[in-house]
Design a binder for this molecule. Sequence first.
Ligand code: HEC
Length: 132
Amino acid sequence: MKAMGALLMSLALSACSAEDTPSTIDYSKLEVPFQRLASDDARGRGRVLFKKKCALCHGERADGNGARREGLSGKPINFHKKEWRANATPLHLFEVLTEGKRGTSMPAWPTMSSEQKWDVVAYVLSVAEDGP
Ligand code: HEC
């Protein structure tokens, strides 16, 4: 049942990206570096990148309260929220960082390497573990 859900999910995602973006990347086929995501080193590097690039909107503490949170299209996510975390997969985050979110102020990050993006994903996913 779980595998079925994941399959439907990835079908839905790839259908979306084929329609909405000219991207040729099939995100459902990327390999998730689970060891990196669990490593304190990667989370630490991701935290530094986050403060530099993301805190302006998402807040220094990743709680959605960045200095520039007003007047954006969409509301910067509070990454401490369990409801958000429950549906956040590493691949989805990697895709959002690579493509941005259409129709919102969430930008794409073409200057970040894959390694840097995974480090940021490691940090963002670790935030919810610390509680609100
Ligand atoms: C200019 C402001 C801005 C900056 C800078 C920014 N974001 Fe966002 N981000 C947003 C907004 C607004 C949303 C909400 C989009 C929506 O309505 O779905 C968002 C959404 C997200 C989401 C949630 C996507 C989802 O579908 O659940 C993630 C993950 C994310 N941002 C990560 C980051 C990371 C990591 C960085 C730094 C590399 C970053 N953002 C930088 C404004 C920003």
